[in-house]
Design a protein around this ligand. Structure first.
Ligand SMILES: [Ca+2]
Length: 389
């Protein structure tokens, strides 16, 4: 077995790192201070009997030169949901979310104490274009958007603006022929961009492949699988270990978000002379669409070392949507199930990129150029959910 389990507390300081040769402890440091991880380094086996500690690193090796990193998150307690004050902020002048909709009610009336009873490893970043491409190259997998009559929702460059006084015209439209390979951004996707235009079904297929891939290589820890996180696992991970009910993983202050996340900021639309009309972050994050994963470095990582939990792309989770709030354990709808997505996206205003924000997608085969995913490594919980409709 060649997976890693390195306690965060054992990390050398950045100054020490400059003087150290490449060794086991340096691996974790590199994972936390740079991205992507230096995949050319040789993995060193660790003692599997050692219990993992917060921040312990697990590496799935997708190819000789391509890794996917996950960080250990111990069992723990957190508060799911948001206060009435937070909901009010979200639709206020700073939060910028549209007032008068049901959207904030999906977070539940008040924060509820919840426990994630089992530790797990969470993807350090969203799954990248390159990682997803590797999966497709090895398996020939066809995403929902690429199937006959398939379509995904992409940005329409002919869109001019919101017309809030008459009919709200949205810039995202169903577009046949578009897919994760070409999400209709203004430049081709880059290897380190988060993959988008993938459905809940596609995301689960990636996770299933990764489980088998790592099992075949002898790297899959006993009793664990790669899968989408449960909704409770996602929100617990997003809050970064905080026991408080905070708007963002860094706190309640929007200004402290500068340099931490990719949301609808004052960046201009490509080839246009206007910013996003609902931009509510008074700074540039450098990107009108997706940014490379972990672009914001240490400042963009939460208390568990996870990057882009708020903003970036929506991250679909395992649970089905309950409009009354998320659940501590996996929630499955009896019919007409709609996967939950979390965290907001590059186009969202700050009020829609909070830790508590949650939406239900149209269905398990729906995809969108704002939606991606992050995987975790944990005990299996979903063996009875069909992989596709
Ligand atoms: Ca995200």
């Amino acid at each position: 077995m060649t997976c890693f389990s390195i306690p965060l507390a054992a990390l050398p300081t950045a100054q020490h790192l400059m003087k150290l040769p490449i060794q086991l402890a340096t691996w974790t440091t590199l994972a936390l201070f740079s991205a992507p991880l230096c995949s050319e380094l040789v993995c060193t086996a660790h003692a599997e009997d050692d219990p993992p500690q917060t921040g312990s690193l697990q590496i799935a090796k997708l190819a000789e030169d391509l890794s996917l990193e996950l960080l250990y998150i111990p069992a723990g307690d957190f508060l799911m949901g948001s206060t009435p004050e937070e909901k009010k902020w979200a639709t206020g002048i700073e939060g910028g979310a549209q007032a008068g909709t049901e959207r904030e009610s999906y977070e539940g009336k008040e924060p509820r104490p919840m426990r994630v009873a089992e530790g797990f490893w969470m993807g350090r970043t969203e799954v990248t274009h390159q990682q997803f491409r590797r999966f497709v190259e090895e398996t020939g997998y066809v995403t929902d958007a690429e199937k006959s009559n398939g379509k995904t929702q992409c940005f329409n460059p002919a869109w001019t603006r919101y017309n809030l006084s008459t009919q709200v015209t949205h810039p995202w439209e169903p577009m046949p022929g578009k897919s994760w390979r070409d999400p209709n951004f203004f430049t081709p996707p880059k290897d380190n961009d988060p993959v988008v235009c993938v459905s809940w079904t596609d995301a689960r297929a990636f996770a299933s492949w990764l489980t088998e891939h790592e099992r075949a290589a002898g790297r899959l820890p006993d009793g664990l699988v790669y899968r989408l996180p449960r909704e409770a696992e996602w929100e617990y991970a997003c809050r970064g270990g905080s026991k408080e009910s905070l708007y963002f993983w860094w706190g309640n202050e929007l200004a402290d978000g500068q340099g931490r996340l990719n949301i609808s900021a004052i960046d201009f639309l490509p080839d246009r002379d206007q910013k996003w009309p609902l931009a509510s972050a008074p700074w540039s994050d450098g990107f009108a669409f997706v940014s490379p994963v972990d672009h914001f470095g240490t400042r963009g990582r939460n208390g568990f070392g996870l990057a882009d939990m708020c903003g970036g792309v929506w991250e679909v989770v395992l649970d089905h949507f309950d409009p009354n709030g998320g659940h501590q354990e996996l929630h499955l709808a009896k019919e007409n199930y709609r996967p939950v997505c979390r965290g907001g996206n590059y186009f969202d205003v700050p009020g829609n990129a909070r830790c508590a924000v949650r939406l239900g997608l149209a269905g398990p085969n729906y995809s969108d150029s704002r939606d991606g995913f992050r995987i975790c490594l944990g005990k299996p919980v979903n063996s009875d959910i069909p992989i596709s409709e």
